[in-house]
Design a protein around this ligand. Structure first.
Ligand SMILES: [Zn+2]
Length: 69
């Protein structure tokens, strides 16, 4: 299980995600609150600071598709 943070730009709709353990590589602590994160991040596509972020758990064990029985 791996926690990732998805970030959506509210201006142009660009979305990206970053692993929580990758936050130090952009100068943020792993436990940075999302509200702080959204203030620090800027959309790479349009330069807007209006972004929203949410955490989700990436389950590496679960297959993305399940065959029908
Ligand atoms: Zn944007």
């Amino acid at each position: 299980m791996h926690t990732r943070i998805a970030v959506d730009c509210l201006t142009c709709g660009h979305s990206a995600s970053i692993g929580q353990d990758e936050l130090p590589s952009i100068g943020l602590a792993e436990d940075t609150p999302l509200v702080v994160l959204t203030k620090r991040l800027t959309c790479r596509t349009c330069g807007s600071g209006s972004v929203r972020a949410f955490r989700y758990v990436e389950d590496e064990e679960a297959p993305p598709l399940i065959p029908r029985g």
